[in-house]
Ligand binder design. Structure first.
Ligand code: CTP
Ligand code: MG
Length: 208
């Protein structure tokens, strides 16, 4: 079964303080780490969107960048994995877990998620309104896998913005399930995240 990966590396990195994907992490550029993981996972086609070598020019919103990547995916592809280049600690194991669930063949999308460990409250300005039951909440990551046809349909039917691709498939009534994510597959959003990622890689190198 043919699988493609779309790695989105466009955007302005406002919270980071500038473009973040060509920043080096343990001597390898951020975007390259995700490409390496998908190559190691044996992905048939890898499309990168963003201002990096070999990358396609991105769009104004994340979903626009994803759409640009989707347009370049080979038509005989059955499943496409969408991944944020801003998650450089992605592992081959996580890609395999998402892929394996998709192979069951009963759903339109598979996303990695981790349990919420902090207490979650709903607020209105300064006021705390209530404590939310966190047992039914998860934190969502990428790579997110979709049947290519389902994701393409969701993109053309739904014009609303979304912070992930699953949201569009869900809004079209598609079936999406989650598998266990990886706590270290966090997103580099602010400069402090890069410090954590770099410490993690140093510790991993020490263990070897
Ligand atoms: N992304 C993209 N195109 C955009 C916006 C985001 O390809 N127009 C990608 C980013 O490269 C990143 C992922 O979507 O891999 C998640 O986005 P985020 O971390 O929010 O990156 P930015 O949008 O660049 O950062 P910020 O929101 O702080 O400006
Ligand atoms: Mg953003």
């Amino acid at each position: 079964m043919r699988t493609a990966a779309v790695i989105v590396a466009a955007g302005s990195g406002t919270r980071f303080g500038g473009p973040k994907h060509t920043v080096r992490l343990a001597n390898v550029e951020l975007w390259q780490r995700s490409v390496d993981a998908f190559v190691a996972a044996g992905t048939d086609q890898i499309v990168v969107v963003g201002d990096v070598p070999g990358g396609l020019a991105g769009g104004p919103r994340r979903r626009d960048s994803v759409a640009i990547g989707l347009a370049a995916v080979a038509p005989d592809t059955e499943w496409v994995l969408i991944h944020d280049a801003a998650r450089p600690l992605i592992t081959v194991e996580l890609i395999a877990r998402v892929r394996e669930r998709s192979l069951v063949g009963d759903v339109d999308g598979v996303i990695p998620a981790i349990p919420v460990t902090d207490t979650i409250k709903s607020v209105d300005g300064e006021s705390v309104l209530m404590t939310v039951d966190r047992s039914t909440l998860v934190l969502v990551q990428t790579p997110q896998a979709f049947r290519l046809s389902a994701l393409r349909e969701a993109h053309s039917a739904d014009q609303l913005d979304a912070t992930d691709d699953a949201a569009m498939v869900e809004r079209q009534g598609g079936s999406v399930v989650h598998v266990m994510g990886d706590p270290m597959n966090f997103k580099i959003t602010v400069p402090e995240d890069l410090v954590l990622a770099s410490a993690w890689l140093r510790a991993a190198a020490d263990r070897e």
